[in-house]
Design a protein. Structure first.
Length: 262
């Protein structure tokens, strides 16, 4: 376990980047692989800047890991949820391109998800989930989160289109539910990776979100996009079901909501 004095007081910072010759995997400022890792009240940062492209602040391969009241700050590829089951609660995660990516099984609950101002003509994508096999249990679930523009983007939110995600791999899976979306999110909601690749094999879902960016009339019409119409569908992506949280989260002492709270 690592415990700081607050996400704005205890900061682990680095500046490795892809442009400077590191692989994306090796750019991580902080990387953890041990089972059951817990971080509380601290920040992980990659300060390389948008012009350095891929630059990971935090990479987690830790099964049954918890990040509570932590900030993860960067630009492209900020948070690499590489593998295993992970839980993020009351965290603040910011970036530009694919800034939450990887192939872990993750629930983000009560988190601030902040899109930043990047390079000119660049499009922001919150997620790039990397599920390669339809039989894998992996994916990203966002519940009770706030998805909006960071302070540097907010004054000119229309200058940088921001999307909820794009399919890094063929069976990419991401769900946003019971969350707030500001006007930073484009009406289409989601972005292609490369033409029509993965649009019929991905699984992207939305369930009872709110805010000016949560309107559904302009959303993509891809075969893999789903409007979850009932709790029976949405419950599969809760803490209790998706990461089996009731069996391991109580021992961490971190607050969580097991179900949908409807």
């Amino acid at each position: 376990m690592m415990v700081g004095d607050g996400m704005d007081a205890t900061v682990i910072s680095g500046n490795r980047s892809f442009v400077d010759g590191w692989t994306t995997f090796r750019t991580a400022t902080f990387a953890v692989s041990g089972r059951g890792f817990i971080a509380r009240n601290m920040a992980f940062e990659n300060s390389a800047g948008p012009q350095k492209h891929q630059a990971v602040a935090l990479r987690s391969d830790s099964d049954l890991s918890v990040y509570y009241r932590c900030a993860v700050r960067g630009y492209q590829d900020t948070l690499y949820t590489h593998t295993m089951r992970q839980f993020y609660r009351e965290c603040r995660i910011s970036g530009t391109v694919d800034f939450i990516f990887g192939d872990a099984t993750v629930v983000f609950q009560n988190c601030q998800i902040l899109a930043k101002k990047g390079l000119p003509q660049q499009k922001n994508t919150v997620t790039a989930q990397g599920r390669k096999d339809p039989n894998q249990p992996t994916g990203f679930s966002f519940q009770f989160c706030n998805v909006s523009a960071d302070s540097d983007l907010a004054p000119s939110v229309n200058s940088t289109p921001t999307y909820l995600g794009r399919p890094w791999k063929l069976y990419s899976r991401t769900i946003f539910m019971q969350s707030y979306m500001s006007n930073a999110i484009r009406p289409e909601g989601w972005l292609e990776w490369n033409g029509d690749i993965a649009l019929d094999t991905l699984y992207y879902g939305e369930f009872t979100n709110s805010g000016p960016g949560a309107g559904l009339t302009g959303r993509v019409k891809w075969p893999g996009y789903h409007l979850l119409n009932n709790t029976a569908q949405a419950i599969n992506f809760t803490v209790a079901q998706f990461i089996e949280g009731n069996s391991w989260l109580p021992s961490t002492g971190v607050a969580y909501t097991a179900g949908l709270r409807v």
